[in-house]
Design a protein around this ligand. Sequence first.
Ligand code: 6U4
Ligand code: NA
Ligand code: NA
Length: 158
Amino acid sequence: NYIRKLFTLVLIRDKTRVLLGYKKRGFGQGRWNGFGGKVEAGETAQEAAARELGEECRLMTAPENLTKVGELEFTFEESDTLMDVKIFTTNTYTGIPTETDEMRPEWFPLEKIPYSHMWPDDELWYPIFLRGNKFKGAFHFKGHDIILSQSLSEVEAF
Ligand code: 6U4
Ligand code: NA
Ligand code: NA
C-alpha cells in the first residue's frame, strides 16, 4: 500500500531536438531530464507542469498548450511513496531556456539523447514518445539505478 504522489514532467521538442535540463540538486541530481515537479494543492497537473517549466528553465506556456503523452508510476524498494508522473509535451512557449538553481537546460538532437546520464527507464519510453505515440507504464527500482520490474505499453488515450 503505497502513498501516491502526483508529479509532472514536460518535454519540449520540435522535429529535430528536445530540451532537457541537467538536474543540479535534489531528486535525480546529476541526471538529464525534462522539467517538472510536485503538483501542489489546488493545481491541475497541466497548471503544475506549466509552473514548473517556468521555475526550472524560465520558459512560459499556457497549461492548455500541454499535451499529455505519458503516465508512469515509479516505486522504490526502500520507500512507500509511489511517484505518479504525468508527462506532457509542447512546442508552444515563449522565452529562452535559462539556467536556474535547479536545472541547466540544453537542446539535444533527437538521435543524441544522453541516455547513459538519465534515469534508466528513459531509454525504454523516449523512443515511444519520439515516434509521437502515447504510453503508460510502471517501474519498480532498487536504489535509483536498477529496475527490478516494469511494465510499459503504448496507449491510444488515457
Ligand atoms: P522540490 O525539490 O521540492 O522543488 P520538485 O521540483 O517539486 O521538488 P522534483 O524535482 O523532485 O520535484 O520532481 C521529480 C521530477 O523527476 C519530476 O519531474 C518527475 C521526474 N522523475 C522522477 N522519476 C523519474 C524517472 N524514473 N524517470 C524520469 N523522470 C523522473 O524520466
Ligand atoms: Na523539479
Ligand atoms: Na521544481
